[in-house]
Design a protein around this ligand. Structure first.
Ligand code: NAI
Ligand code: MG
Length: 501
């Protein structure tokens, strides 16, 4: 096991790392039945931080049974809205009062700069619980006047109740581990569902710490269960479990399709937040420096490991050289280092596997004729670092343009007219998001409806808000998270008719 001598961490973080990691199943913290474990690696130096249980079918079924029992037996599903609100607010407070520890855990496990983990991941997690606490008391059904021509003298009272969907199986990725856990757990707790969460095998730690906070907040046993393990084993067991009523997944399109098939076999409702290859469209009227900073942030934020990353830039030919020259300059100037180093702007990628995958894409780009004006490969060392890379002379036949890379790699192409920009932006199997950089209101306004995307940003990118629905079109998935929309995804309608004649 490594020590973290290079950068100071809280005593609480050190204590959390040092203790054995177990899964939250019902009221207990459990090892895998097999006793098998998975090493958790610090991507900044390749050292093993700790080990987690490697759950298999049996462990997952135990967790599903715990969640099923907690849902079916009550009283959680019948808890008063104000009680669900109170507990969520308490959980938000606990996240906030442990913010630095959670941020350090996230940074060590994922590699992201600790300042980002604190300012964004942990802050948004607390706000997500608080926002969803508000919904707990605002879930409303409706009263509907029925007509029924075949019962002329009837006197009916009809209404629609919104009830919790039931047991939610949540499978999440490694790029925003704590926040993605919150995106699934918060609406489940607001609506009265119970949950089995499986964090990504590469980044399980913040979810386990969150589990401790959920217990501390006072949730009844079995309401939230957390199993750790590999996707093909624990994840697949959860997705195909007949004991769950809804599956909520965020991750790759490829895995999303497997989960979708498994869910459909049981007619389990599902929401899928999948990959992206988001277009960044820069119109000719921009301030070059501002636009370049925006384009750089859109791709390099979180080392490019963002489903909404602005990974394809379409820049008007009039400003292409200036904007890309400046983006390349920014790429070269970013300070690369361990996430715990407060000066770090770009941390390591999450794993050696992801570094190799991203570098494989960069190589494929070179082989297909692209050229790098910044970066171009991995950085030697024990950590999993990849240089912020900007590729030009790219086109839509190249894999670097068509496929999700999920790393700090931008492909850039010039365009001459808006119709071409729209055609190129939409020429992707994905449709998660897009951004437009301009102050030409009329052009922006006309462009927005033409883009295949669940979110369009103007003069910003990858900004999310708890109150706005988030999700994709095309192979970026379906269903919406956050906002009012997610409450519908975690509730079911029950129609009631009373004959009151
Ligand atoms: P993944 O989609 O396989 O992993 C996401 C989650 O799904 C993890 O918790 C994993 O354990 C689980 N999982 C994997 N296989 C499963 C299965 N058969 N059944 C049930 N659960 C399963 O993504 P991975 O392999 O970690 O990364 C590969 C690529 O996926 C990345 O390079 C990136 O392109 C993309 N990706 C996209 C994300 C997004 O938010 N759009 C997030 C993570 C990865
Ligand atoms: Mg993986």
């Amino acid at each position: 096991m490594e020590t973290q001598e290079d950068f100071p961490i809280l005593e609480a973080t050190r204590a959390f790392l040092a203790k054995p990691k177990r899964m939250l199943i019902g009221a207990e913290w459990s090892d895998a039945a097999s006793g098998d474990t998975i090493d958790v690696v610090n991507p900044a130096n390749g050292c093993v931080l700790t080990r987690i249980p490697d759950a298999a079918e049996h462990d997952v079924q135990r967790a599903v049974a715990a969640a099923r029992h907690a849902f079916d037996a009550g009283p959680w599903r019948y808890a008063k809205p104000t009680e669900r609100e109170r507990l969520l607010l308490r959980l938000a407070d606990l996240v906030e009062s442990n913010a630095q520890e959670l941020a350090e855990i996230e940074s060590l496990d994922n590699g992201k700069p600790v300042m980002v983990a604190l300012g964004l991941d942990v802050t948004m997690t607390a706000q997500c619980f608080r926002y969803m606490a508000g919904w707990a008391t605002k879930i409303e059904g409706s009263v509907i006047d029925a007509s029924m021509p075949y019962m002329p003298n009837s006197e009916m009272f009809s209404y629609v109740r919104k009830e919790p969907a039931g047991v939610v199986g949540a499978i999440i990725p490694w790029n925003f581990p704590l926040l993605m856990a919150a995106w699934k757990i918060a609406p489940a707790l607001a609506t009265g569902c119970t949950v089995v969460l499986k964090p990504a095998e590469d980044t399980p730690l913040s979810a386990l710490r969150l589990g401790e906070l959920i217990v501390e907040a006072g949730y009844p046993q079995g309401v939230v269960n957390i199993v750790t393990g590999y996707g093909h084993r624990a994840g697949a067991a959860l997705a195909r479990s007949p004991g769950i009523d809804k599956i909520a997944f965020t991750g790759s399109t490829q895995t999303g399709k497997l989960i979708g098939h498994a869910a459909l076999d049981n007619i389990t409702r599902m929401s899928l937040e999948l990959g992206g290859k988001s277009a960044v469209i820069v119109l000719p009227d921009v301030d070059v420096d501002k636009a370049a900073l925006g384009v750089a942030n859109a791709i390099f934020f979180n080392q490019g490991q963002v489903c909404t990353a602005g990974s394809r830039a379409y820049i008007h030919a009039k400003v292409f050289d200036d904007v890309i020259g400046r983006v390349a300059q920014i790429a070269r100037s970013l300070k690369i280092g361990a996430g715990l180093d407060p000066a770090t702007q770009i941390g390591p990628l999450v794993s050696a596997k992801q570094r190799d995958r991203v570098c494989g894409y960069i190589e494929s780009g070179f082989a297909e004729g692209a050229r790098a004006v910044a970066g171009g490969g991995a950085i030697n060392g024990p950590g999993f670092f990849v240089e912020p890379t900007v590729m030009v002379e790219t086109n839509h036949s190249m894999r670097v343009v068509r496929e999700e890379i999920f790393g700090p790699v931008l492909v850039a192409m010039p365009f001459d007219d808006i119709d071409t920009a729209v055609q190129l932006a939409n020429d992707s199997p994905y449709g998660l998001s897009a951004s437009i950089w301009s102050n030409d209101l009329s052009a922006i306004h006309k462009l927005i409806p033409r883009l295949d995307a669940g979110t369009v940003w103007v003069n910003c990118h990858s900004l999310l808000d708890n109150a706005l629905p988030f999700g994709g079109v095309k192979q970026s998935g379906f269903g919406r998270e956050l906002g009012r929309a997610v409450i519908d995804q975690y509730t079911e309608c029950k129609a009631v008719m009373m004959n009151v004649a």
